[in-house]
Design a protein around this ligand. Structure first.
Ligand code: SF4
Length: 266
């Protein structure tokens, strides 16, 4: 029995593959070609007398047209244009309305970072007499927090990973510097400023409130009791957001965080 020439299948009882039929190509005469009577639009594109006259300078058309367009050059840094609303800029560590920090030191942002640019060390809040104090609602807070902007690629994975919305990104993009060390931002640089109604940490939670109440928006501002506690425990090292190395060290030696900064930079 002969092999089938159409399918290329092996004939029954034979190991020799059947020859394939060549691909069918339409005859050249069937292809419609530009500029023939089958394509009359081509005729419309033919230049008239004026077209022939300006043909030598037609190539400058784009140049001349551009000369009268609005200039796109930006006069940066004298004039700074606002970024888009969701621009990924420098990070910020946010606070609750009474000033306690939202960061709970869970390190999820550091684990999510594909560039290994974030260093977090958590510690326990300590409300006991003589303790280091409370920096956030709940059990833990971020004692050391650093972002290495030499590594950060501003992907935003860290803010997606943060369970408390402690970490967000601002629209600030001016992050250039002339040395590596200054591009490792520490907690005191990243913490949001203390605003109206807030008290700088450490201080107790609002009386009668629990951790969950903070996340349900039940805390509107610092209370007089918290103010009295802060006044009674006023210390030059209180709160890392306002005193360099304060909460960064959380009562520990100020140099500890900076030693780790160099480790991150490597
Ligand atoms: S910023 Fe958010 S994700 Fe990172 S340690 Fe703090 S709470 Fe966790």
């Amino acid at each position: 029995m002969a092999d089938s020439p159409d399918t290329g299948a092996t004939a029954a009882g034979s190991d020799v593959p059947a020859p394939r039929t060549p691909k069918q190509v339409p005859p050249r005469g069937d292809v419609k070609r530009a500029g023939t009577e089958d394509n009359p639009q081509r005729e419309d594109r033919k230049r008239g007398g004026l077209g022939e006259l300006f043909a030598p300078v037609a190539g400058f058309g784009v140049t001349f047209a551009t000369m009268f367009r609005k200039v796109a050059t930006e006069e940066y840094p004298e004039e700074k244009r606002p970024t888009e609303a969701r621009f990924h800029g420098r990070h910020q560590l946010n606070r609750h309305p009474d000033g306690l920090e939202k960061c709970i030191g869970c390190e999820l942002c550091a684990w999510a970072c594909p560039a290994d640019a974030i260093l977090v060390e958590g510690a326990s809040n300590d409300d006991s007499a003589g303790g280091a104090g409370r920096y956030s609602p709940g059990e833990r807070y971020g004692r050391v927090y650093q972002i290495n902007y030499l590594r950060c690629i501003f992907c935003g994975f860290c803010i997606e990973a943060c369970p408390t919305r402690a970490l967000t990104m601002t629209n600030t993009y001016e992050l250039a510097d002339n040395n590596r060390a200054d591009l490792i931002f520490t907690k005191d640089q990243l913490l949001a400023p203390v605003q109206e109604g807030m008290l700088p940490a450490p201080h107790p939670m609002v009386a009668g409130m629990e951790e969950g109440d903070y996340y349900q928006g039940k805390v509107a501002r610092a209370t007089p009791e918290q103010q009295a506690w802060v006044d009674a425990h006023a210390s030059p090292h209180a709160d890392g957001g306002d005193a360099p190395g304060g909460a960064q060290s959380g009562g520990f030696a100020d140099t500890e965080g900076f030693a780790e900064s160099e480790e991150v930079a490597r």
